[in-house]
Design a protein around this ligand. Structure first.
Ligand code: G16
Length: 543
């Protein structure tokens, strides 16, 4: 075995987005493309700094190949020990858990999350720091700077490692430990939730359907739900991870998990339904005939946090991304704790959790989590709901309605315009940005605009500032219109329009969501010209 120095030239566009570098598989397959990015990670970390590393991916197409390359490069950069999930598979929350438990320097996560996989699908890579969370902007910016000037990378010429057998092997001076990807994670969940109560719930005949969407959560959900908690075999469906997610789109929302929504609406619907995404960090919670919005799920978890043993002392604060509905803010106010509003991207929650300012975090994009790790955590959210249902002995719908009756209902929807022309999308955002000063104070279709700005975040922990994080038009009645460009798409631009309307009156909590928001949708079109400028007559996806 020898360490090779290979000449290379920079690839344009290796700037990490909302969550690492996400591109088409074919782009990653170009010789040197992955290597350049990985070299830039190691250059950013500094020679000899990274001694212990975790490497795991969601098992999508190109995962195995990428892991072998990363292992050979880690060995060339003086890493002493790497933990890898069996088969190269580890969910994103499990990587975060393993980094923290084994006091690793950091981790490399291979995933394009909820984006489709397969040879024509997407791939992704991101670096997580020693707190187990996605690297903050100062690190991702530094990685990007290296990608622009790279002239060589370093790699061992060692043969591929067997990733399917648990145990230890070596490349150069580096030890590779292939570990069971589920064990540490399951042990952490046991400490957070009342497993006896959940076991008793299943023993009483409670029925659940967990749709793993042919992705990485399958083995975790089977081990925890069907194994430890005694849920009947077959509770977990689509539970075998596949390289192309069975040809599906592993995004747990009512559109992409339509099969689950249909099952939960049928005459023989189970009591509880849930789904998670490609890398296991997202979740959708479904009751009989009702899909819980992610924003409501965060608020309900916060309002009921003390039912779970891991949170019985109460929560210190809540954090939500700016486009997420303000339902959690109302809970925070009632509890007398802070609710932080951050830019989109789980990386912005890390400092707040490290400083113990926020215990629970959530995003409208089907992400919920807590300070137990530094990633959002799909199965964690599902276990929280199971714990809640076991203790309260109410249905999902009853819990949601009770919450709305107490705090009011935040009607909420996201309209995505995918793969639109990037120039048109940017021009639309620029034109709207210019109009913001004149919007404040205006009345738009009966809504008085109390604030109109391009969201900027000042991190209260490290003092850093992130600007241009999305345009928000806030009405004095609590309604909001938010527009931003996605940072995870891989084709053209994806424009996200978020609509929110607050309704305190419980006799008005039964409106159809899209009808309740149609007036605001029209206001959004009038001020932005989104459809006109992008040439689209309707959104690609509505959630
Ligand atoms: C990532 C981020 C989330 C973000 C989501 C959507 O999730 O971790 O914080 O909300 O993307 O981002 P965007 O609106 O920019 O596309 P995941 O599950 O894809 O890693």
């Amino acid at each position: 075995m020898t360490i090779q120095t290979v000449a290379t030239t920079p690839f344009a566009g290796q700037r990490p987005g909302t969550s690492g570098l996400r591109k088409k598989v074919t782009e990653f397959q170009q010789p040197g493309y992955l290597e350049n990015f990985v070299e830039s990670i190691f250059l950013t970390l500094g020679a000899g700094k990274c001694r212990h590393l975790v490497v795991g991916g969601d098992g999508r197409y190109f995962n195995r190949e990428a892991i072998q390359t990363i292992l050979r490069m880690a060995a060339a950069h003086g890493v002493e020990r790497v933990l890898v999930g069996r088969g190269g598979i580890m969910s994103t929350p499990a990587v975060s858990c393993v980094i923290r438990k084994h006091a690793c320097y950091g981790g490399i996560v291979l995933s394009a999350s909820h984006n489709p996989g397969g040879i024509d699908g997407d791939f992704g890579i991101k670096y997580n720091t020693e707190n187990g969370g996605p690297a903050p902007e100062k690190i991702t910016d530094a990685i990007y700077e290296h990608t622009k000037t790279l002239s060589e990378y370093h790699i061992s010429d060692a043969a591929p490692v067997d990733l399917d057998q648990l145990g230890t092997t070596r490349i150069e001076n580096m030890t590779i430990e292939v570990i069971d990807p589920v064990l540490d994670y399951a042990e952490l969940m046991k400490r957070l939730f009342d497993f006896d109560a959940i076991r008793a719930l299943f023993a009483s005949g409670f029925r659940m359907r967990f749709d793993a969407m042919h992705a990485v959560s399958g083995p975790y959900a089977k081990a925890v739900l069907e194994g430890i908690l005694g849920a009947p075999a077959g509770t977990v469906v689509n539970g075998e991870p596949q390289e192309d997610f069975g040809g599906g789109h592993p995004d747990p929302n009512p559109v992409n998990a339509a099969e689950l929504i249909a099952a939960m609406a049928g005459p023989d619907a189970p009591d509880f339904g849930a789904a998670s995404d490609g890398d296991g960090d997202r979740n959708m919670i479904v009751g009989r005939g009702i899909a819980v919005t992610p924003s409501d799920s965060l608020a309900i978890i916060a309002a009921n946090a003390t039912v779970a043993p891991g949170y019985k002392g109460g929560i210190t604060g809540i954090a939500r991304s700016m486009p997420t509905s303000t339902a959690a803010d109302r809970v925070a106010q009632a509890l007398g704790i802070s609710c932080f509003e951050t830019p989109t991207g789980w990386k912005y929650f890390g400092n707040l959790m490290d400083a113990n300012l926020a215990t629970l975090c959530g995003e409208e994009s089907y992400g919920t989590g807590s300070f137990h790790i530094r990633e959002k955590d799909g199965l964690w959210a599902v276990l929280f709901w199971l714990n809640l249902l076991a203790v309260r002995k109410l249905s999902v719908e009853q819990i949601v309605r009770e919450h709305w009756a107490r705090f009011g209902r935040n009607y909420y929807s996201r309209h995505d315009y995918e793969a639109v022309d990037a120039t048109a999308a940017n021009a639309m955002m620029d034109a709207l940005r210019e109009r913001l000063p004149e919007l404040a104070g205006q009345t738009l279709d009966g809504h008085h605009v109390s604030q109109a700005d391009d969201f900027a975040y000042n991190d209260p922990v490290d003092g850093s500032t992130s600007t241009r994080q999305g345009i928000r038009i806030v009405m004095s009645d609590g309604s909001r219109i938010v527009l931003r460009l996605s940072g995870t798409g891989t084709e053209g631009a994806t424009v996200r329009l978020y609509l929110e309307r607050y309704e305190a009156d419980s006799t008005r909590h039964d409106l159809d969501t899209q009808e309740a928001l149609s007036g605001l949708a029209q206001v959004a079109e009038n001020v932005s010209g989104l459809r006109r400028r992008t040439g689209r007559s309707e959104p690609t996806v509505v959630t």
